[in-house]
Structure formats: structure tokens, C-alpha cells
Write a protein that binds this ligand. Structure first.
Ligand code: PEP
Ligand code: MG
Length: 876
């Protein structure tokens, strides 16, 4: 029979798939001998079974009971004991951390009789009644969906009549009676008094919270698979709300914002765990604990050192002090900002805890991308309106909105301003450029979620009086209304009125060669990791660039050449007219005249690019898109001709153009006259381009340069298409003196090209996978339409985890890639193979390309550093 429940002493951190991150790490801490309250974990497998069947797997609760008895024996306390009741915390925890997205229920086991036992044992009836009312509220909301306001309203009413110390025991006792009435009215039956029933219902509610709307949304955002399920940890309660010698907090082994070593965190005296994370009350910085409770502080710092050495990474913990005794409630390898990720990885290498190879895997391409974002130009900034906690870095400028719906609906950049956020604000946080709150610290919901998504966030700006109802906030006598522009700095925590100009990031300046690697801790860390990636990677990284400026930028960013120089933009603007002449030519002489006029222009284009990439390969792709894209649109021409005719005038050239556009109209232009087909149908077009490349190279040689052009033919499906173009190219190249050897190769971007790659390789010096078209043609998805069409539904339903246009579909498209590499190299062992579709800049796809044995990836200039890093990761 399946085993669905594991005691903390049975598991370890390698079993996060089964026990969830929380359960596995609690087990690990238990094994390390750290003070963890006894408990057990119900597996993700049980959750999956529950979600599939709609009921718990057979025997699950018998197993739960058996483990519960062990916990009871260890603590010498029983669930439901009227004199000294054991109380339980029931928490969610999936394989991947999803902060605040699923449910937790505390104080399970309290009822009308055990509450008295708790009061007697703790010597604090006020605490006991407060715990009971918390249970009814959490249970009502989580298990039965009772809106929080139903309880909050009653609580506020009691608080309003209480003294400055808050409601007393009698008032809380009366409040429990009121809560029970609210519960019964909302749910249709009384609050369950049987502690075991409370436990079973709580476990089921946590299972179900896996599929709550916000959890589903969060997973989609973070690319977490939807079918993993959550584990449920059940743990003996410890109490941080037993008076001034109790409290609860969150701590990090290093600053998660900057990577600075030292113990960081927030602490809240006389409070229960969720109060810190919810950001509901303002916390004190962790070093204050040293003053409040030196022994617990010392023990905590020792434990943090143990954890960091053990996990060899930044850890964060949740802990509770119950009457001077420290308990660890959770740990995990902590989330961190992109800057902290690089700094910490480099520090851990220096501290001898990890190797440089390991350090490469402690950072991601997405983090590097974020570090290339600009920051505010502080010299040009006005005095800040307020300063909060810089919780997630970046420089965000936008119009103020006060609720999630407005943020999600906005068409311009917005900043979401809330007193605090809760998981319902997730759509707004995704839509906004930045998040600003007036309450909560670095570990509040807003901070944790924003950091995870890379959204700029300032929290706890307590000078702000936020009134979402009126759509405004005030700072002193200044009023900022919805729609006003503000700027927030997620590093310093400053909030500025108006639009503050932004300047480039130091990492971007370093990558562009404007800043030395020494002198800035972050830049030094990026330099070390990227240098190591460059040293170990086997994949080359080129850029997709089609202007000299882009080529220069790409080279600065580390590109080893151009893997795709598209030539289509070179036919736009003032040159459109020449293309029109080419298309409308009625005889060879007219056509040649148009081509002759285009030749020097193209030659100059290539000369500039070859100069910028001197000494490095430049793959020039011959013209690809359908020619009619260079002509005016059909409806525009039709209207122009109709207007001329209505005036009784001769439409002249427009009339001829219209006839040509009608003649060339195609229902499926992407499957039509484009790529190599154009070269075969429009005499002289490809020959002109090849000549322009060759003559540009000859000029560069004469100027003392080292041009290395390559010619690439798009959209080939059959070797005979390529052979025809290659023969034409060879004839042209033979007639241009003083040029280096110019390889002629092909894109592999149709399934047929991949399937006949062995034949095609006989005519090709190189292959470059055009994975945009190859994805389009393999899936039969129109690359230009799908994003706004059915992809949303596909992603929602989990048909994909991620769009195949973003991350290469390794199973289908990838299979064609592997086959073409193998058959191409078998036919021509020296064949160079690269990729130039968008996937060439996607870290997940780069891992695949490395594995498939490609020689290089080619991506947009700004993604070059990211591709270098990913290629290094793929090699280690
Ligand atoms: C491709 O299809 O992947 C490619 C690089 O060419 P384009 O995007 O220009 O069609
Ligand atoms: Mg293509």
C-alpha cells in the first residue's frame, strides 16, 4: 500500500517532490538536530490522488492518525485533551515555493472545552480565546470560503470598544460566540467541535487550495507545472503570541536584496507567524531581537550559520520564540534579487563553499537580463515624497492605480499602490511596472512576490496615507491622485513625484565595455561568472544584427559574429521605389536597371556591417519575405485608384501597381512566394545580393580588413532549390576578384529540409536552424497570429507550459533538429551548425541546443550576455 504520510524524522531535503519544499526542509532540519516542533507531512501524491478522485485516498486518515499518535506520545499531549490540548498547524507546501498562494490553518484542536485547557496551561485566558477566534476565522475562510470581512467587521467592532491594550478575555470570549454565529449563518451548520474532524477538513482544504484561482495564476506566471499538487505539513503549534517574551520572525542568512553577508530579517513581538508575512503590523529589524532576547538571538544566529553551511546557499527561515524558547518553523534556500544572486554566488566561491561551476548554476539568464535594466538618474531626481523599504530593485515609473483590476486594465505603465498586498492582488502585480505599499517589511507578501517576479517594489512607506476608496494618497499635505505619475526606486526605497529620468545599469555599462570589472561588487561578480561561462562553454554565441550599429553593440556584448543578418529592412524606406521598379519591370533591361541601382546601396550596407564585425563571421541571409510586403497595401491602393477614377483622372502608376499587387496576392503568404522561391522566380535578385556581399568584402580586403561573410539561403525545402541558388552564387563569386572564400549555406526551417538534411548538406557549407519558421511549420501554428488567439487557452489548460515560440519544443521540433544535425554531419563532417530563431536567446532552449551538439546560437544583441551565461551553464 502506498505510504502517504512521513514523520519529520523520516524524510530529508532530497524528497521535495514528495514532501514539498517545506516538508522536506523541516525533515532536514529535524535531522540536523535543530529545534523543530514535532510533526509529519502528507505527500503530494496524496494530494494528486485527492484532486483526481475528489476524495482522500483510502486509508489516508488512518495513516494520519497513526502519525498523530506518535507526535502526541513525543509531546505527552493529546489532540482534544480538555486539560492540556495539543494544537496543530496545518500548512501547504508544494515542490516549488508559492508564497502566500495556498492555505494554512493554525490552532486546529481548539473547541468550547479545550479552550479552557489552553487558558489554564498558558495561564493566559485572553490568549486562549484569541487563538480560538483566530481558528474559527481561518477555518471559516479556508474550508468554507466565508469572506474575511464577515469576521473582520465583528473584530473591528470589539476593538473599537476595547481599551488601548486591546480586547480583554471576556470580550474575546464574547467575540468567539459572535464568530460561531457568523460561521453558522454563512456555512449552514455549526463550527465543528471534534478536533480530528477539524484536522481532516483542514487537510482537504489545503489540497483544494492547489487549484485556487490565485495559485493557478501564480503557477502560470512562474512556469510551475499545474499537476504537481501540494504536500500538507501538520505540526505541533508553538506560540509567538504569549506575551512580550514571545514573538515571531523571518530571517535571512544574507541580505536578499544586495547579497551583503550578515543576518537580516524582521521580528514581531507577541505575534503569530502569519502576522509577519502578511505585513499587517510593522516589524522591527532582526538585530533588535538581540536586545529583546539575547539568548534566542544568539541561538538563532548559530542556527543560521549551520543552515548556510549545510545548504551552501542563502537560506531564509521562519521562527517563533515561545516564552524565551526558539523554534524553527520553516527554512528554504531563499529567494533573492538578481543582484544578490550574483553577489552571493561569487561570495560562496570565495568562502570555499561552492565551486565556480556550481556558482554558474546559482544564477539565471533572466536575472542577468534584469540587471541590464536602467536605474534612476539621481542627479535629476526631485526630493523624494517618502522612503520605504527597497524590497525588489529596479526603477519603475508609471501612473498611480489603487487596485488590481485597474492595474490589469491599464494600457500605460502603472504603479500599483496599496496599504499592503494580499494574494488577490496578484493580477495587478503582474500587470504593474512597480508595487508600492505603506505597510510591511522586506518579507511582506508584496516584497516576496515582487522579488520572485522581478517587479520593482517599495514597501512599508509608512508616511503614505493611502485611501483606495477616494483614489488618492497623501504624504503630509501633498495629495497624489490616481493617474498621477510617480517614480519608485526598488533599491533605495525612495518614492518620487513625477517622472524621474533613468540611466543605464552598471552591469550594462560593464558589458558595453564602459566600466572596469573592479570597483563594484555586483559588476565584479557578473564579470567573474560570465568569464567562467566563456571559459567553459562549447557553444559559440553570435548575434542577429542587420545594421552596423547593432553589429557594434553585439560585438561589445561578446558576440563572436553575426549568425543572421536579415536583408529585408535594406529594401524599405527610400529604396521601396527601386523594389517597385523591379517588380513592375516589363523587360529584362528595366529589371536590370532596378537591380543595378540597388547594388551599390546593398554593397554599402554590407561594407558597414563587415567593418563592424571585422575578423568575425557575418552570415548574410538572402531576401526572405514575400515581395509584395514592399508594395503599398491592397486596400490603400484600391482607394487611391478609385479616388482618381472618380475624379475622372488616369490613376497612372498606381493603376499598374494595383494590378501587380492583385497578381501577387496570396491567401497564405508565409507559405507562398518567399525565401529561396523568390530567388528562383525573380531573375537576378539573389545574384545582385551575392555580388553586393562579394564586392563589399573585396573593398574591406583592400582597406586592410578581414571580412568573413557567409551567404545563407532561406526557406529551402529541397536540395535542388539550394543547388540552383548555389550555382548562381558560385558564378557571381568567381567573377569578383580579391575576395576570401565565402561559404554558402542554408537555413533549416521547414520540416522537409530537416528530414532531407543529408541530401541538403551535400550542397551546404553550413546549416542554421530557423526555429521560428520550423516551429510554425512543424506545429502548423501561424507565428504571427497565435499569441493573441488560442495560445492563452492552451497555456491555461496546460496544453503547453510555455509557448513553443519562446522555448523550443524539444520533443517535436527538437527531434527534427537532432535528426538534421546527425544526417547533415554524416554527409559532411565539417558542417557548421547553428540556430538563429528567437530560441537562440532563450536560456532553456540553449541547454537543448548545446545537448543537440550545435556549434553556435545566434540571438538579438541584448541577449548575447544571457546566451553566454546559459551556454556556460549547459557545459557544466
Ligand atoms: C526563423 O525562421 O527562425 C528565422 C530566423 O527567420 P525569420 O524569423 O526571419 O523568418
Ligand atoms: Mg524564417
Amino acid at each position: 500500500m502506498a505510504k502517504y504520510v512521513y514523520d519529520f524524522i523520516e524524510g530529508d531535503r532530497s524528497r521535495a517532490d514528495l514532501l514539498g519544499g517545506k516538508g522536506a526542509n523541516l525533515a532536514e532540519m529535524t535531522r540536523l538536530g535543530l529545534p523543530v516542533p514535532p510533526g509529519f507531512t502528507v505527500t503530494t501524491e496524496a494530494c494528486r490522488a485527492y484532486l483526481a478522485e475528489g476524495q482522500p485516498p483510502v486509508g489516508l486518515f488512518d495513516e494520519v492518525n497513526a502519525h498523530l499518535r506518535e507526535v502526541e506520545a513525543r509531546l505527552d499531549r493529546r489532540l482534544g485533551d480538555p486539560r492540556d490540548p495539543l494544537l496543530l498547524a496545518v500548512r501547504s507546501g508544494g515542490r516549488y515555493s508559492m508564497p502566500g498562494m495556498m492555505e494554512t490553518i493554525l490552532d486546529i484542536g481548539l473547541n468550547d472545552t479545550t479552550v479552557a485547557g489552553l487558558a489554564a496551561q498558558s495561564g493566559d485566558p485572553r490568549f486562549a480565546w484569541d487563538s480560538y477566534r483566530r481558528l474559527i476565522q481561518m477555518f471559516g475562510r479556508t474550508v468554507h470560503g466565508v469572506p474575511a470581512e464577515e469576521f473582520e467587521r465583528e473584530l473591528a467592532a470589539v476593538r473599537a470598544t476595547a481599551g488601548p491594550a486591546g480586547p480583554d478575555a471576556a470580550q474575546l470570549r464574547a467575540l468567539v460566540e459572535t464568530y460561531k454565529k457568523v460561521f453558522a449563518a454563512q456555512v449552514g451548520h455549526d463550527f465543528p467541535q471534534a478536533p480530528h474532524e477539524q484536522l481532516y477538513l483542514a487537510v482537504r482544504a489545503v489540497f483544494e487550495s492547489w487549484n485556487s484561482e490565485r495559485a493557478v495564476l501564480y503557477r502560470r506566471q512562474e512556469h510551475i507545472p499545474g499537476d504537481l499538487g501540494t504536500a500538507v505539513t501538520v505540526m505541533a503549534m508553538v506560540f509567538g503570541n504569549l506575551g512580550p517574551d514571545s514573538g515571531t520572525g523571518v530571517a535571512f542568512t544574507r541580505d536578499p536584496a544586495t547579497g551583503q553577508p550578515g543576518v537580516y530579517g524582521d521580528y514581531l513581538v507577541d505575534a503569530q507567524g502569519e502576522d509577519v508575512v502578511a505585513g499587517i503590523r510593522n516589524t522591527v529589524a532582526l538585530p533588535e531581537l538581540e536586545r529583546i532576547d539575547p539568548a534566542s538571538y544568539r541561538r538563532l544566529t548559530e542556527i543560521m550559520v549551520t543552515l548556510e553551511r549545510h545548504y551552501r546557499d542563502l537560506c531564509d527561515v521562519e521562527f517563533t520564540v515561545e516564552r524565551g524558547r526558539l523554534w524553527m518553523l520553516q527554512t528554504r534556500v531563499g529567494k533573492r534579487t538578481p543582484a544578490a544572486a550574483f553577489v552571493i554566488a561569487a561570495q560562496l566561491v570565495d568562502e570555499g563553499l561552492i565551486t565556480l561551476d556550481e556558482a554558474l548554476h546559482r544564477v539565471t539568464g533572466a536575472q542577468l537580463a534584469q540587471l541590464m535594466f536602467p536605474a534612476f538618474d539621481l542627479a535629476a531626481a526631485p526630493a523624494p515624497l517618502a522612503t520605504g523599504v527597497g524590497a525588489s530593485p529596479g526603477a519603475a515609473v508609471g501612473r498611480v492605480v489603487f487596485d488590481s483590476a485597474a492595474a490589469a486594465a491599464a494600457t500605460e505603465p502603472v504603479i500599483l499602490v496599496r496599504p499592503e498586498t494580499n494574494p488577490d492582488d496578484l493580477p495587478g502585480m503582474i500587470a504593474a511596472r512597480g508595487v508600492l505599499t505603506s505597510r510591511g517589511g522586506k518579507t511582506s507578501h508584496a516584497a516576496v512576490v515582487a522579488r520572485g517576479m522581478g517587479r520593482t517594489c517599495v514597501c512599508g512607506a509608512d508616511a503614505l496615507r493611502i485611501d483606495p476608496e477616494r483614489g488618492e494618497f497623501t504624504v503630509g499635505d501633498r495629495v497624489v491622485r490616481a493617474g498621477d505619475v510617480i517614480s519608485i526606486d526598488g533599491t533605495t526605497g525612495r518614492v518620487y513625484p513625477g517622472r524621474v529620468p533613468v540611466r543605464p545599469s552598471p552591469v550594462a555599462r560593464y558589458l558595453a565595455g564602459e566600466l572596469a570589472p573592479e570597483g563594484d561588487r555586483l559588476v565584479t561578480a557578473v564579470h567573474r561568472l560570465l568569464s567562467h561561462a566563456d571559459a567553459v562553454r562549447r557553444l559559440g554565441v553570435r548575434a542577429n544584427a542587420d545594421t552596423p550599429d547593432d553589429a557594434r553593440r553585439a560585438r561589445e556584448l561578446g558576440a563572436a559574429g553575426i549568425g543572421l543578418c536579415r536583408t529585408e529592412h535594406m529594401f524599405l524606406g527610400a529604396r521601396r521605389e527601386l523594389v517597385e521598379r523591379l517588380i513592375l519591370a516589363e523587360d529584362p533591361a528595366e529589371r536590370d536597371a532596378a537591380l543595378d541601382a540597388l547594388l551599390p546601396l546593398q554593397r554599402a550596407d554590407f561594407e558597414g556591417i563587415l567593418a563592424a564585425m571585422d575578423g568575425l563571421p557575418v552570415t548574410v541571409r538572402l531576401l526572405d519575405p514575400p515581395l509584395h510586403e514592399f508594395l503599398p497595401p491592397l486596400h490603400e491602393l484600391t482607394a487611391r485608384v478609385a479616388r482618381a477614377e472618380a475624379r475622372g483622372e488616369d490613376p497612372g502608376r498606381d493603376g499598374t501597381l494595383l494590378a501587380a499587387v492583385r497578381r501577387m496576392h496570396e491567401s497564405n503568404p508565409m507559405l507562398g512566394l518567399r525565401g529561396v522561391r523568390l530567388g528562383l522566380v525573380v531573375p537576378g535578385l539573389f545574384a545582385m545580393q551575392v555580388r553586393a556581399v562579394a564586392e563589399a568584402a573585396a573593398r574591406r580586403v583592400r582597406a586592410g580588413g578581414e571580412p568573413r561573410p557567409e551567404i545563407m539561403v532561406p526557406l529551402v525545402g529541397d536540395v535542388r532549390e539550394l543547388a540552383a541558388v548555389r550555382a548562381e552564387a558560385a558564378a557571381v563569386l568567381a567573377g569578383v576578384p580579391g575576395i576570401p572564400p565565402i561559404p554558402v549555406g542554408t537555413m533549416i526551417e521547414t520540416p522537409r529540409a530537416a528530414l532531407t538534411a543529408g541530401e541538403i548538406a551535400a550542397e551546404a557549407h553550413f546549416f542554421s536552424f530557423g526555429t521560428n519558421d520550423l516551429t510554425q511549420t512543424t506545429w502548423a501554428f501561424s507565428r504571427d497570429d497565435v499569441e493573441g488567439s488560442f495560445f492563452g487557452t492552451y497555456l491555461e489548460r496546460g496544453v503547453f507550459g510555455v509557448s513553443p515560440f519562446e522555448t523550443v519544443d524539444a520533443k517535436g521540433v527538437g527531434r527534427l533538429v537532432r535528426l538534421a544535425v546527425a544526417e547533415g554531419r554524416a554527409a559532411r563532417p565539417e558542417l557548421t551548425v547553428g540556430v538563429c530563431g528567437e530560441h537562440g536567446g532563450d536560456p532553456d532552449s540553449i541547454g537543448f541546443f548545446a545537448d543537440a551538439g550545435l556549434d553556435y546560437v545566434s540571438c538579438s544583441p541584448y541577449r548575447v550576455p544571457i546566451a553566454r551565461l546559459a551556454a556556460g551553464q549547459a557545459a557544466t
